[in-house]
Structures are given as structure tokens and as C-alpha cells.
Ligand binder design. Structure first.
Ligand SMILES: N[C@@H](CCC(=O)N[C@@H](CS)C(=O)NCC(=O)O)C(=O)O
Length: 213
């Protein structure tokens, strides 16, 4: 029987979605706490976590941060059904894929912040707070958060354009998380999109993003 599990996350964080799929796969009861992007830094440190990052997990008071660390903690807590596969070969393959995914997250993040700089609404589409009453606060902080995140993730235009050109996994993401797909395409320069055979598009709420020079 699993202990008391709480997952700290924010909407639009891909590692948070990954961490959320883990207790669900294991059918572990857990509580989700949605953070506000920006002030989350103070909330996380105030809750006794070493880092500001989400996803973070508390299991009976034990604090774990990072999607890979969370996967290991949940595996210890409740080994069945396994997250890493049934035999050594599968476990190695899953661990390798998780390491690849961790590097890949950074590329996705950089592309996103390039889009958010051009169209602040992209941020509200990807990171809307789960509680609608908190969203006006996000409107106030979104430009500052975008600047800080751009610096923190070194999400320059140079890096974003290069990342987009190397992005291999859009189809897989759409298959795994059809309801989680968001469109930020048109907030990116048309030249970057043309290079990967994509075009500007509309957000889930019908908003047309961009165009951006
Ligand atoms: N590799 C880590 C990435 C964690 C991470 O960078 N999380 C982002 C959200 S996607 C975050 O918390 N950013 C805000 C911050 O760094 O303060 C994982 O898989 O958990």
C-alpha cells in the first residue's frame, strides 16, 4: 500500500506531465498541487525542497525532485506494475530513453520561450494556472517570467532555431497526449517553421498566433 503522495507541478511543464503519468500507471492515489509559474520558486523553497524545479514529489514527508528521481522513488514505493519494464534489457532501454528525454526537454523549453517572447499569449496557452482565479496574476507577471526564463534556459533565438530544426518527435507527442497538444507555431518566425515543413497555426481556443517577422 502506497503512502501519502503529493505531486507539485505546473501546467505546461512536460516533465510534470511525465511525472503525473507515473503514479497513474501504478494506480497510486496522489494529490496534485498546481504552482503559479514565477512565484513557484518561493513556494518550492518554502516547502523545504532543495531546488525550485517542478515536478517534485512528497512521499510521506520525503522530498524528491526531478522526473527521473521521481520514477525511481515511485518504483521503490510500489514496484508493481513496473515503470522500467520486466527484464534487464527493457530496464536499460527505458533508462536510456529517459536520459534522452531529459536532454530533449531543454530543447522544447527553449523553443517555447522563443515563442513566448514574441507572443505573450503563448505563455497563457501553455502555462495557464489550473485555478482560473489565479490567471490575472499570471497576466501581470508573464513578461518578467518570460525574460527570466529566457535567461535561465539560455533560450536565445539562435538556440531555438537550431533546436526546432532538430526536433524529431512531434508525431509521438500528439499520439501520447492528444489532449495536451498546444499550438504555438505561428508565434515563431515563418523562416524557422518553413525550414521544418510546418506553418503558422491556431491555438486550442482558436487564437491565431503571430505572424512574427
Ligand atoms: N530535468 C528535470 C527538469 C525540471 C525542470 O526544469 N522543470 C521546469 C518546468 S518544465 C521548472 O521547474 N522550471 C522553473 C524553474 O527552474 O524554477 C526533470 O525532468 O524533472
Amino acid at each position: 500500500m502506497a503512502g501519502k503522495v503529493t505531486l507539485y507541478m505546473f501546467t505546461g511543464s512536460t516533465p510534470s506531465i511525465t511525472a503525473q503519468l507515473m503514479p497513474e500507471h501504478k494506480q497510486i492515489d496522489y494529490k496534485r498541487v498546481h504552482m503559479l509559474v514565477g512565484p513557484h520558486a518561493f513556494s518550492m523553497l518554502g516547502r523545504g525542497f532543495q531546488l525550485m524545479n517542478v515536478p517534485a514529489l512528497k512521499i510521506d514527508g520525503r522530498r524528491v525532485q526531478g522526473s527521473r528521481q521521481i520514477s525511481r522513488a515511485l518504483e521503490e514505493l510500489q514496484p508493481q506494475p513496473p515503470l522500467f519494464g520486466a527484464d534487464e534489457h527493457q530496464r536499460r532501454a527505458v533508462a536510456q530513453a529517459a536520459r534522452w528525454g531529459e536532454e530533449f526537454q531543454d530543447a522544447v523549453r527553449r523553443i517555447f520561450w522563443c515563442a513566448a517572447r514574441r507572443n505573450p499569449r503563448a505563455m497563457m496557452t501553455v502555462h495557464p494556472h489550473a485555478n482560473p482565479l489565479m490567471r490575472p496574476a499570471q497576466h501581470v507577471t508573464r513578461r518578467l517570467v518570460t525574460r527570466l526564463a529566457t535567461a535561465g534556459h539560455q533560450a536565445s533565438d539562435f538556440a531555438g532555431e537550431e533546436d526546432l530544426a532538430e526536433l524529431p518527435a512531434a508525431q509521438l507527442a500528439r499520439r501520447l497526449l492528444p489532449e495536451g497538444s498546444v499550438q504555438i507555431g505561428a508565434a515563431l518566425p515563418a523562416k524557422w517553421l518553413a525550414a521544418v515543413g510546418s506553418s503558422p497555426s491556431h491555438g486550442p481556443d482558436g487564437t491565431r498566433y503571430g505572424p512574427s517577422p
